[in-house]
Ligand binder design. Sequence first.
Ligand code: CA
Ligand code: CA
Ligand code: CA
Ligand code: CA
Length: 103
Amino acid sequence: MEEDSWPDADGDGWGDATAAAVRGCSPPAGHVANAEDCDDGAAAVGPDAPEARNGTDDDCDGDVDEGLLLPFHPDADGDGSSRGAPWTSGTPTSPATRAWRRL
Ligand SMILES: [Ca+2]
Ligand SMILES: [Ca+2]
Ligand SMILES: [Ca+2]
Ligand SMILES: [Ca+2]
């Protein structure tokens, strides 16, 4: 019985989700029978990988850093201090909103 397989360039056991399938009786060398690797250039990224707070989708579920965003105080008035501002959550992106780390 012929099966589809996909290249696994990083060797993590997950096939490249963006590559074309190869059909054959058994997967060729370097190929696996799934296409679930959202980053076939990083062995640390795959459906069974833990999500790490690094700005990339490590576990290939389509969400980046889900469940790992820290609560922080936004610096709404831009004075470099967010003391007294309400807690929110997300990834602080600007130096101003990272001011809470210094409190
Ligand atoms: Ca792979
Ligand atoms: Ca991978
Ligand atoms: Ca994810
Ligand atoms: Ca991540």
